[in-house]
Design a protein around this ligand. Structure first.
Ligand SMILES: [Zn+2]
Length: 427
């Protein structure tokens, strides 16, 4: 079927048994494959090649005609025997194999990518050569300039390729147009940006390929209009969901990732169990304020919380309050702002340096690099910086699992009707 699709398309008994395709004449098996019509001249070569392949197979009339699985001695299918055949036939050292079938890529997408690298996708050209009568054109539905093959669609199409390049240029990666998808996958795996985790980078390619294929299907089957910006956003959003699925402990939300693609570099791609970082008390002459924000969903009722401790890990201040309905990033910033405000009016403000710790890498980046602040958060971040004007202070990131004190205060803050703040005496 896959080796001779044209002959299969013409065969009269597509699911027929052997006896329908030949007979024993004078003790010798003779093939007779009934076709729906006479062959055209250009099909005769394919027919000869097909006949040469089957002519050495002969029927043994002493056993009943049944379908048997060749890979098992008993003729019955088993997953084990299928796996051994696949392992013998597949080049297990193929770079593509390891990248595609990594546990990070969703199985459905891995199967799609594997088919794409082997030219087995149901592209228009493939359907046309298989004799599909529903295909009116075998040209690429995106550019209409070349026959639609998987290699064209994902590597050479002037419509899709710039979208992939847009993602690459965000990371200062410039790819030369590859020959084929398998080459693209291999080159991709060797072009990891220094600022991005290799696993996120590899995953991103599959998000782009899969999103492009789904979008192409929408165009072909539902007649929707092409929109490059929409496809780019879909690719990023899909990647964000996959990343959160693979590394759920990371403090960055899907919204953060989708609205600011550069924030993928802040993803914590290790699990909580693997993290060896623990909360550490501040140095002498410093106090440390751990802060956090908590939101019901990605946008909803939110709370903020914080805990200030000294060099002996003794609690000096804690706060927990509701901040109404906001998104998670705003809650993180509001928690920091509240911590700075409390520190400013406290008795420690003149004698101690303030250390702030938050589990939001994004917010740390914005507070330390003014050029990186997205316009939507600019006012809030600048108001934090204004509060710090004459303070000696520093902000750093801490993994969420080491910020549990502030985290629980923030969560309890969500439903508070009255703000809670407690201040202890300095020892
Ligand atoms: Zn095209």
């Amino acid at each position: 079927m896959s080796s001779f699709p044209r002959i299969y398309a013409l065969a009269r008994h597509k699911s027929g048994v052997l006896i329908e395709h030949g007979s024993v004449i004078e003790g010798v098996w003779r093939w007779n494959v009934p076709l729906r019509r006479k062959l055209f001249d250009w099909e005769i070569g394919v027919w000869e090649s097909f006949y040469n392949t089957i002519k050495n197979f002969r029927s043994d009339s002493s056993v009943p005609d049944t379908i048997r699985w060749k890979a098992s001695s008993n003729g019955l299918f088993s997953v084990k025997s299928c796996n051994s055949v696949a392992r013998v036939n597949a080049d297990m050292k193929d770079d593509c194999w390891n990248i595609i079938w990594s546990s990070l890529v969703p199985p459905k997408v891995a199967a799609f990518s594997w088919k794409a690298t082997h030219g087995r996708l149901a592209t228009r050209l493939n359907l046309y050569t298989r004799g599909s009568t529903k295909i009116t054109s075998f040209m690429c539905p995106l550019c209409e300039e070349a026959p639609e093959t998987a290699n064209h669609l994902f590597c050479h199409c002037k419509i899709f390729w710039p979208i992939l390049q847009k993602w690459c240029s965000l990371w200062d990666i410039y790819l030369i147009i590859p020959e084929s998808i398998s080459e693209l996958i291999k080159v991709w795996a060797h072009s990891i940006p220094p600022t991005l985790h290799a696993a996120v980078w590899n995953l991103s390619l599959f998000s782009f390929l899969w999103s492009c294929w789904l979008f192409r299907n929408e165009i072909v089957f539902n007649g929707i209009k092409w929109d490059s910006a929409q496809l780019f956003d879909l690719c990023i959003l899909r990647l964000a969901w996959w990343c959160k699925g693979n590394w759920p402990v990371s403090s960055i939300t899907v919204n953060d990732l989708a609205s600011c693609p550069l924030s993928f570099k802040f993803l914590n791609c290790s699990s909580a169990k693997q993290s060896k970082i623990a909360w550490k008390p501040p140095s002498k002459g410093e106090v440390k304020f751990n802060t956090d924000g908590a939101v019901n969903g990605s946008f909803g009722e939110a709370g903020i919380g914080g805990c200030m401790r000294n060099e002996w890990s003794r609690c000096l201040v804690i706060f927990s309050k509701s901040v109404g309905v906001v998104d998670s990033t705003t809650a993180e910033i509001l928690a920091i702002k509240e911590a700075i405000s409390i520190f400013r009016i406290s008795r420690w403000t003149t004698k101690y340096k303030l250390q702030i710790e938050t589990d939001s890498k994004l917010v740390v980046e914005w507070l330390t690099n003014l050029h990186s602040i997205p316009s939507v958060f600019k006012q809030l971040i600048l108001s934090c910086l204004e509060l710090c004007k004459d303070l000696e202070w520093q902000i750093s990131h801490i993994p969420r699992e080491c910020n549990s004190c502030a985290d629980s205060l923030a969560k309890r803050g969500i439903h508070r009707l009255v703000d809670y703040c407690e201040v202890w005496q300095d020892p």
